[in-house]
Design a protein around this ligand. Sequence first.
Ligand code: ATP
Ligand code: MG
Length: 307
Amino acid sequence: MARKPVIKAVNLSKHYQMGTMLVKALDKVNLEIYSGEFIIIFGQSGCGKSTLMSLFAGLDKPTSGEVFVRGENLAELNTLQLSKYRRTKIGMVFQQYNLVPNMTSLENVYLPLAFEGISRRRRIKRARNVLELIGIADIERHTSSELSGGQQQRVSIARAWVTSPWIVFADEPTGNLDSKSADEVLRLLKQLNQKSKRTVILISHNPEYLPYADRVVYLKDGKVIRISGKIKGATKRRKRSELESLQGVGKTAAQNLQKAGFENMLDIASAKEEDLAQVNGVSKKLAKLIRKEAQEIIVAREGFGEK
Ligand SMILES: Nc1ncnc2c1ncn2[C@@H]1O[C@H](COP(=O)(O)OP(=O)(O)OP(=O)(O)O)[C@@H](O)[C@H]1O
Ligand SMILES: [Mg+2]
């Protein structure tokens, strides 16, 4: 079984009819992104970067082609499932910070958890943990008008992170920042990616950021013209042994889990039990146990990974 991507575009196109002109904002894009990668979607203004992101995020529908998230076709989700996907499986960061002006940093960060049936006490705890992780615990009581642009963007990153999403999209997150704050935001995204193994997809036209990426997807006129960098294969061995540390998971089951797209603790923690149980060598009982154990490990590691 081949390794499964966390998100995948198949012949993805988005066309706009502008009077007599047909704008091919995206033109038959094929792309596979794997769990834990730091990807930069790079290209000049108008090449289709934000269009690709809105299709990945299910904010817009393609003219043709498909988006699969962990094997599920977004087009086949009903309204409820799609809104759950947007709320809990992805996080988004934009050039505009979009914070609620009269709320404190802490309130802005725990807001996305309000719809998830989590008690207020736990919401606050998780929001605090993520503020701490990001290094801005000291501004938890400040409202956004009291914060610098860089601080506001950190709060918005914390807000994107707090739901433990599979993928965090950042569309030109440094567009409004001076170069020092911009570098800090980039470094923060990279650190979070490395620490939590969450997939980060950064959209940028700035070539200076390219060294941060594991892989760079070059877009031009709606087409992928090149993908540079390597899919992280070198870390496979380490990731496998991470899964092998789970009670009852031997080498073969760890390999099978990895092949099925469950590559690290976060993947196991956020998977559905029935999906884990479909993997060769993983019984229903084991699926339940390892999911619980992985959640505990994630909570211990990040303080806010519980679902
Ligand atoms: N709603 C729309 N209606 C018509 N054309 C659109 C629409 N949205 C995007 N386009 C066109 O699709 C193309 C791709 O736009 P997109 O916003 O994805 O580019 P981008 O790479 O994000 O650019 P930028 O770097 O300036 O943000 C552009 O030619 C744009 O004008
Ligand atoms: Mg854009």
